[in-house]
Write a protein that binds this ligand. Sequence first.
Ligand code: PHE
Length: 659
Amino acid sequence: MSDSQSKRGAWNSKLGFVLAASGSAIGLGNIVFFTSNAYQYGGGAFYLPYFIALFTLGIPVMILELGLGTMTGRSFPNALRRVAGRRAELLGWWAVASQFIITAYYIVIISWALAMMVGSLGSLFQPGATAPFEPFQEPTAGPSAVTFFFGLVSTWWPLLALGTVWLINAYALRGGTRTIEAMVRVFVPLMWLFMIGLIVRGLTLDGGLDGVLYLFTPAPEGIASAEVWRGAFAQMFFSLSLGLGVLTTYASYLPKKSDQVANALTISFLNCGFEFIAGVAIFSLLFVFALNPAGTTLSLSFFVVPQGIAAFPWGVRFFGFLFFLLVTTAGLTSSVSLIEGMVSAVIDKFGVTRSRALALVAVPCAILSSAFVMPHIVDPAMNGNGTLGLTLLDLVDHWVFSYALITVGLVETLILAWVLGADQVRTAINAHSKIPLGGWYEYLIRFGAPALLGVILVWSLAGEFTGPFLYGDDTTPASINWLVVFIPVACLAGTVVVATVLTLARGKVEKAGTGGMKTGAAIGVLALLAAGSAFLPGKAQAQEVPGIPGTLRVGEAVELTIPEGSTLIVTYRPNSSIARSDSLAIGPDGAVTWTPEQAGVVALAVDAGPVRNVSVRFAGVPWLGVLVLLGAGSILFGGAAFGLRRMLKGDDHAFLLDT
Ligand code: PHE
């Protein structure tokens, strides 16, 4: 091992790397975001695009990001600079600046999970629980986890949780690869264990399989929708930790001879396998208790799952605690990788010590993240939904998912395939790979992947104009209206400025060259204009759903014929700034009755409206769902086992000498 490499850090074993990289990939994205996206985009409709995304973009781009790390032995910005010069470095720093924003809100969600975890020992699962969140406190009035959560976020308690989460991260990062490896060796296996515990509980509940089949039964109308494809591709990118260069940093601590094809396959399949069982565990609760998830990103994991757990015949607190412990540990192994990406970039460029780099990154980021947990209610009329933190979170989340990751993915693929050269990349990767990449890979990264990513970006932009304003709603309250425009513009302008400054800054390790900045600046300005235009107010549009009106007003009812043996799921967005879906009152006269398995005619009516984007789905043909369930499961876990076997073959002693 060369001296400079050991100074930067190096993984102790292959297993250490697999645990760290899969720990990065498996995170909130697999539990919180995946389930809410899969639900929002129609369960079975989501799976096909998701699988296609895995093979056409996920694995190929991961090979690129990992390969870049071992080729250069540097973290993302310096790695890009080494292969393609200074213009490329700008992209690297832009990715680091985006990581900063993502980390800030990612850690906030972990903190909320931690607070809910403590709350499950206290009042969260007592009937009528409500915050203030305090373990073992007497509950007051209020029906559910929703009340508890909104009670929680309107207190200062999350700030304490946030501080704790930051400290854990700093502790895990203090010694670089050495301490990260120590952490993931404990956390990653535990995470799998907790998840298996939950899945067994969910599936042994009566009716647990119905929800799971909803997730796996293909829905043709959904598959035809561009929105679903966009959602699946963005989800795949986020979930695999792509589009930020985090995996490049982790791979830079590997010996040069590492097999990045086997690595990419292993990490991807482990990640998607975990996502698969998380989906099964959570969707099994959904139907057992006839729960209807609200449409915000957090609501499925933070409201619906606890509600389902509360209805368990036994072990409510235990499983509640376990679930939030799972979310917390999964989140931590990812947040550590996000912060390491930034810390390592600073060390590589400026040659400062690890502790200084950590402080430079973590202190401002912690300050930014505390903005999300301020118990400030923007719009009291909206109760909990008007909390500033949640609004900020929704806006930042939209920016990240729709633009940041995909843009980095697109430009990095273009740089590697066209500036460095697709043939060069393939040769470098094949030199150490037991499964050689064919010529198709060059076409894929030259044309296929950029085209797909480009189309997704254009779709996202177009969606801002044609879709309803702010996630399906045109009635954002005036008090937060300016935020809707301000936040994305601030994210974009801030990241571009920070990236430019850091690129121009004179580094200690490698001196800054000249040239290329004009092009860099031009790309920056173009990106600014393009993304800025996306946030011009779009026009509101209720989505028409065959057979029923897109918008239902108070007192209106629709009749529906439910086929024999099918399950009825209704979603809509109510009149608030944050998209929600809920059970509509169902029954011949608008009474609240849930008749999931009954054939015949029912009426839908709303008691508070108007509601938009009403959609009704019937889950049918269970055997098809079973088939997809089994097929998807065996592909993912078979792939993971195959990759692991290839990857872990050979002893770790050789691995260490392999540089
Ligand atoms: N993949 C992580 C998750 O699923 C999130 C993440 C994205 C982490 C990008 C690092 C880089 O939660």
